[in-house]
Write a new protein. Structure first.
Length: 237
């Protein structure tokens, strides 16, 4: 697909989405100085909450703004635009309908569940938690689908193996969360990572898709160009 098929702004959006994906699971525990059961539980900690809301909202808005390549009707049934719109809406729902306070691996956050009945301010409602979890899953799977199946189109990019690896890592991570949920249901006491498996596998999903979006946004080319300007007198080869 020729570069003219893609708006220059889309390259910037790719880099921004990739950067956010890399920083999200790293910045939150540093800001809270603690590990919670999932990335979503940082919604209930003061500074991490602000970071979580800003990053997830940015994800949603950037994805809604992203157009990508026009659909090839001969080989595709879902366009980049449609897929990222679904992912963007899912990311915004994750913000506006947070996860349940219970099971955060933090006693203070768990205690908040009885403070307020409104889901936006802390809840223990099954329906709200289900909506949040489904939305988070849809968001992550859309990002994995983009990496695995959308970024690997065309022959003008030599990073197809990287994109496939990143997409597969997302799918495997989501599958492992489901497997761990099943294991925890039957043998909770023997499951040594039962408090943190969601956070662990969310991280192994978010970081790979962040890498793939950065690479697809030509971030490596930008770094190389910057290096040539700094150390090569501005000459390009």
């Amino acid at each position: 697909m020729p570069p003219t098929d893609l708006q220059h702004s889309d390259y910037r959006i790719r880099k921004l989405i990739g950067t956010l994906g890399l920083f999200l699971p790293i910045v939150l525990p540093l800001a809270a100085w603690d590990f919670y059961a999932s990335i979503s539980h940082y919604y209930y900690s003061t500074l991490p909450s602000l970071i979580f809301i800003i990053i997830l909202s940015a994800f949603g808005l950037f994805l809604l703004s992203y157009k990508g390549y026009k659909i090839d009707k001969a080989t595709e049934t879902i366009s980049d635009d449609f897929l990222t719109n679904i992912g963007g809406l899912a990311a915004l729902i994750v913000v506006f309908i947070p996860t349940s306070c219970v099971g955060s691996a933090n006693s203070i956050i768990d205690a908040m569940c009885n403070v307020c009945e409104l889901p936006l301010f802390g809840h223990n409602k099954d329906w709200a938690n289900t909506v949040h979890l489904v939305s988070a899953g849809v968001f992550i799977l859309c990002m994995g689908w983009m990496s695995r199946y959308k970024f690997t189109r065309g022959s003008d990019d030599g990073n197809h193996k990287l994109y496939k690896w990143c997409g597969n890592a997302v799918f495997i991570s989501v599958a492992l969360i489901l497997v761990c949920i099943a294991i925890e249901h039957f043998i909770t006491e023997a499951f040594i990572i039962h408090d943190y498996y969601v956070y662990i596998f969310e991280t192994t999903a978010v970081i790979p898709f962040g890498i793939s979006w950065l690479v697809k946004g030509k971030a490596i080319d930008d770094v190389k160009a910057m290096g040539r300007r700094m150390f090569g007198g501005g000459e390009t080869k």
